[in-house]
Design a binder for this molecule. Sequence first.
Ligand SMILES: [Zn+2]
Length: 349
Amino acid sequence: MKDIKFNWGLVGHGNIQKYLQTAIVNLHPSHAYVFYGPGKVGKTFLAKNIAQTVLCDEYRKMGSLDSAVKVNPAELPCGRCDACRQFAKGMHPDLYTVEREVSEKTGKKKSVIAVGQIRDLLEKISQRAFLNSYKVVIIPEAQALSQEASNCLLKTLEEPAPRTIIFLITTNKNLLLPTILSRSQLFKFLPVPSDAVYEYLVAEGAGRDEARELARISRGRPTIAKHFLKDKVRFEEYKNNVQGVLKVLVNRPLERLKEIEKMFAEDKGGDVALKNLDFLAGLVRDALLCKLGKTELLANYFLTTELADLGARAPSGWFCGFLRRVENARAMIQGNVNPRLVMENLFLE
Ligand SMILES: [Zn+2]
């Protein structure tokens, strides 16, 4: 059983993968996992891969007590069985993904996952599994669970249903109830080393220069690098957006305020603000690197001249302080403080 090949395709996070693979091989995955750490490093991607693995027919046969059925699979998930095929189409009936719903009024995602959604979920998972013995729940933005929704979910974690695995994924575990954390197995994810992202991109067919640029700009977040490799238009858009934020940052205060009002007036859930905070963190980090003469490490290499100018505007201490304020702003927005106010405060400091 030791030599199962896991077809997960996850970049980095070797120790976490090994730990979870052992639990799977021993037929003993936990009933609840919290994956936390920076966005786009592969947390949800890993949860989906584990889901497909435990739902795969080969895994069901591996756990069978009937020796006529029992197999030791060579690889997991197999990618060929009915369950794997349904999974690939996003139609596996025993996989439940719970996300913020889109508001009919605004056409945008609501700011929280409502208690009704969790009640529906619990109702569904209390019934027998359709195809396999496992049921898997993935909640990619667990920090968006409302207080009521969290409490409702807590009840299942206190009395776990057999053969149900719940993945709670978040960029900020402090926004989850302590009682939820204490009933789950926690895994902390870190950014992936840039070399690993580079090698992955080259293996996926990227040219060396392209791979180097994408590895740099994704700052240890393979999911971003993967998207940009496939979608050049989005990559150009991303560059334009980063450039836009830089312009706002170096603008005069009054102009800055006007820009911010325009950018975040409609941003009720804070999605736009969070994205821009990410650009901002990258830019300020780069400005700091310019000051230190480490331009070869810049994420936004295409803006080297502008970033050197930005770096010359203030002492290093100011940039470090600003990075901390960006992190605070992120936490405030995730804690449902009005995004426009948070961004105004940040940009006017
Ligand atoms: Zn399969």
